[in-house]
Design a protein around this ligand. Sequence first.
Ligand code: UDP
Length: 234
Amino acid sequence: MKYKRILLKLSGEALMGSKNGNIDPAVLEQYCEEIKLVKDQGVQVAIVIGGGNIFRGGQAETLGIDRVQGDYMGMLATVINAMALQSALERHGVYTRLMAGIKMEQVCEPFIRRRAIRHLEKHRIVIFGAGIGNPYFTTDSTASLRAIEIQADVVLKGTRVDGVYTKDPLKFPDAVRYKSLSFQEAYEKNLSIMDMTAFTLCMENKLPIIVFDMNKKGNLLRIANGEEAGTLIS
Ligand code: UDP
């Protein structure tokens, strides 16, 4: 495997799949199968999952909810998804630990960097819930920050498209996918890869990002093995 330790960022919104509810069991199952494939190859896996299928801080004010309160609600939403993913992974016989940016002793461990690294060395999958524990951040920023802290080799951003395109591929059939980009190019072209805080953290710490299609079977394994199957930003 090309990468020994990866940080996988999964969107909460994608968990909804085609169902009306918050979590589509078929998507959860598919995530687990993909993750188990890389784990079985000895790759150390850390995961950050979003909460957009349940709540986003940005929608708080339209509901008459204070923004900061809304962000905490968003963070709690990520814990719900993280717990679902943890349970599903354990059903596949994978050992996991859930570590959160907000103290919640009954359901998870607090995030302690050295402890997270120890779990990974013991080949447990570590899921980071509750973001970084601060409002005005996103789970993309959490992914970048935690990846740097645990010295991951790469951030793998699993999405519903197979990379970064010259323009929106869903609207423009002539859009072309970039195989690789430098951080500078991505910045100058104003390509939306992650929010600016998350992007800058990766750029300044020389942490590569790969945007790839999480829905395609075997893709995560291909990426972890260094095959070209998305867009590499480095
Ligand atoms: N959030 C936050 N601080 C963090 C991480 C998340 O305040 O460190 C909140 C924020 O309101 C965000 C919500 O949690 O909108 C859910 O996360 P996100 O929108 O990143 O989820 P995704 O879009 O990946 O599903």
